[in-house]
Structures are given as C-alpha cells and as structure tokens.
Design a protein around this ligand. Structure first.
Ligand SMILES: [Zn+2]
Length: 63
C-alpha cells in the first residue's frame, strides 16, 4: 500500500475524486489528497496475474 509522500494519506482511500477517464489501458482516476496533492492512478483491466501453462509430458516420447 502506498501513501502520500506529503501527508501520509493512504492512496487506497481517495480523499476527493476529481475526474475519471476510460482509456485503452484501464480506468485513469485523478484524485486529490487531503493536503492538496493531485495524484493520477491507473486501474488496469487485467487484475488477475497471468499464469503460464505447464507442459509436463514431452511430445513424441513413448516406450
Ligand atoms: Zn497528501
């Protein structure tokens, strides 16, 4: 969890939401902290981590 470098306000709790835009990468949200610091955060669509496929059986190995 990250906090505001100026006042230590947690970024998880937006003090005031200025605007919100929908982009190709995700939702860009402009928030203003309690101290007046404007922050920009991007909420990506792919929230779940990508799990690689494991292939344990070699192809063509028989006998
Ligand atoms: Zn702050």
């Amino acid at each position: 969890m990250e906090e505001c470098p100026r006042c230590g306000w947690p970024e998880s709790e937006a003090y005031e939401v200025l605007s919100r835009h929908l982009t190709s990468e995700g939702v860009v949200t402009y928030t203003r902290c309690a101290c007046g610091e404007v922050q920009v955060r991007v909420l990506r669509f792919e929230a779940s981590p990508v799990t690689p496929l494991h292939r344990t059986r070699p192809s063509g190995a028989s006998g």
